[in-house]
Write a protein of this length. Structure first.
Length: 231
């Protein structure tokens, strides 16, 4: 969405500053978000068209964001993950952290349900107590981050050769990032064998359904790595 926002803002700026040139632009331009490909059909002539198109595409590429969930994993390479069949939670009740954003029973139930459903879909069986193969635990934390946001401050075209230029300004702002860590351990040996981590920007969701969707998406992205595929 940030790419589309920048795309629209640059077009608006060009329309205001250079109405004659923009009268020659064929709109609407096509934006393909899933593959992050931007196709712009400018009807400028000669060098101005090619040079501005190159400049515009480079600006857009610099603003293309990464996936909404950044994931990583670590695991014991000596472990044979194919031998595990059952799991249960290491803690029946999620340990409290003192953070009101994290100590949320509604959120806890969503996270646990998403993890359980992922494991069950992969052929694992949940056990309520007694002996089991795997112990599951998770931790969630929210931290304040700082980011630099570069925004367009002006667009101009140079004289005879038709060179285009875009001015930018950098602004600093804070945001919250949530990190979900899922730990899976060998119950019999009581040691950690796999850890999956996912981080994403924290946003306030308008309704419970959207919150559930975000939780499910985050857990799914993390759990795609389990069981690990050894190289």
């Amino acid at each position: 969405m940030e790419t589309v926002y920048l795309y629209n803002k640059i077009l608006e700026a060009i329309q205001v500053d250079h109405p004659r040139e923009m009268a020659k632009v064929k709109l609407p331009c096509r934006v393909n978000l899933p593959t992050r490909v931007v196709c712009i059909d400018f009807k400028f002539g000669g060098k101005m068209r090619s040079r501005f198109l190159i400049l515009f595409v480079l600006v857009l590429l610099s603003f293309v964001g990464c996936s909404s969930v950044r994931v990583s994993q670590d695991y014991d390479e000596a472990v044979d993950f194919t031998k595990y069949r059952t799991f249960r939670w290491a803690d029946a009740q999620q340990p409290r952290t003192g953070d009101i954003q994290v100590d949320n029973q509604l959120l806890d139930r969503r996270i646990r349900h998403a993890i359980e459903q992922d494991l069950i879909s992969k052929g694992f069986s949940k056990k309520s107590g007694g002996s089991t193969d795997l112990l599951i635990a998770y931790r969630l934390n929210v931290k304040t981050r700082i980011e630099a946001d570069t925004v367009r401050t002006g667009v101009g075209f140079g004289g005879y050769h038709g060179w285009g230029g875009v001015g930018f300004d950098t602004r600093i702002r804070e945001y919250e990032e949530g990190t979900l860590v899922i730990d899976i351990g060998d119950a019999k040996k009581d040691n950690l064998i796999w850890r999956g981590t996912g981080s994403r920007r924290v946003t306030r969701q308008p309704d419970p359904q959207e919150t559930t969707r975000v939780v499910n998406q985050t857990v799914t992205e993390i759990m795609k790595q389990f069981p690990p595929q050894k190289k």
